[in-house]
Design a protein around this ligand. Structure first.
Ligand SMILES: Nc1nc2c(c(=O)[nH]1)N[C@H]1C(S)=C(S)[C@@H](COP(=O)(O)O)O[C@H]1N2
Ligand SMILES: [Mo]
Length: 300
């Protein structure tokens, strides 16, 4: 299931589009021979400079292991990630338990360098390794009546000390509309910086939806259910006034308790200026059409 992306990039066009090309394709595009199609180049943006391994793996949100940013890196080592399987059920042709090893054997792992924007207004740039969620859903065969995809994280009280605290209604659950789930930017990540994804970042596989606030990118997924109804989501259940189903990054719609117009880039230094937050986290050209005609303030 290799993916072919067109290489009709101009140099200025390398970002943000390059952010979701794999590195080989970026290099090919930058090599010169494929530099065609100068018309209609998007606004030039600074090349995405990925955050380092230590930043990405030590400043985490994974409330099953505690609510401090360093709790996941301290305690998630206890999570047993091998063996692992994902149950894919609901409106699919081939429901069942798919072992992580079998999934990996059938997928093509690519590198995707994505902006990552937490609803708390900090951000990073993460070089994920993974595969498109659409390819995983193809294994199970989505039926024509499916409209939404529901996700669930492992629930392991003996391994997850944070489950003792009712911060949210465990297990952590999330959801996407089917067209969002099938969008080529939506991936299941299995690695970071070319290494297996560490437990604190959601081993052995976690969702990554780069145009949405980070909490949509659910970690350590054990169940994926195709449905015809909008599924409940953990943060929306916990506080529906503050966290909507869509949770698309939007600098013009503030959180009730803080502004979403700017963000603090992790690793930029204590005195660095906040950066402006981009509509759909910089992926507007790719995903705005999914929400055509929708009131993004009402559907936050
Ligand atoms: N199961 C689960 N998934 C989760 C979370 C969590 O607490 N539990 N936190 C979310 C939030 S708020 C963010 S910002 C990202 C953080 O991902 P990272 O730690 O890999 O940066 O994971 C999301 N996925
Ligand atoms: Mo977050």
């Amino acid at each position: 299931m290799a993916h072919r992306w067109t290489n009709d990039l101009t140099y200025d066009d390398i970002t943000p589009r390059a952010a979701y090309l794999n590195r080989r394709q970026i290099l090919a595009a930058m090599g010169g021979t494929a530099l065609v199609g100068l018309a209609g180049a998007g606004e030039a943006q600074e090349a995405l400079e990925p955050n380092g391994w230590d930043e990405i793996t030590s400043y985490c949100n994974y409330y099953e292991f505690g609510t401090n940013k360093d709790d996941p890196s301290r305690y998630a080592g206890q999570l047993t990630t091998d063996p692992w399987s994902v149950t894919i059920d609901g409106l699919v042709e081939r429901p069942g338990e798919y072992s992580f090893a079998d999934i990996i054997a059938k997928m093509t792992i690519e590198e995707r360098i994505y902006r990552f924007r937490c609803v708390e207004a900090w951000s990073m740039v993460v070089p994920w390794n993974g595969f498109e969620l659409a390819d995983l859903l193809d294994l199970a065969g989505v039926t024509s009546d499916a409209r939404y995809v529901a996700f669930e994280t492992a629930y392991r009280p003996e391994e997850m000390p944070g489950l003792r605290f009712p911060v949210i209604d465990w297990p952590y659950v999330e959801g996407l509309r089917l067209d969002e789930a099938l969008h080529p930017l939506t991936i299941m990540a299995t690695g970071i910086h070319g290494r297996p994804i560490p437990n604190q970042n959601g081993a052995p596989l976690r969702l990554v939806v780069p145009w949405k606030y980070g909490f949509k990118s659910i970690k350590s997924v054990v169940r994926i259910t195709l449905t015809d109804k909008e599924p409940p989501t953990a943060w929306n259940k916990a506080n529906p006034r503050e966290y909507g189903f869509y949770s698309n990054v939007n600098p013009t719609v503030d959180h009730p308790r803080w502004s979403q117009a700017s963000e603090r880039r992790i690793g930029a230094g204590l005195f660095a200026r906040r950066e402006p937050t981009l509509m759909f986290n910089g992926y507007e050209a790719e995903v705005a059409s999914l929400y055509e005609g929708m009131d993004l303030r009402a559907n936050f």
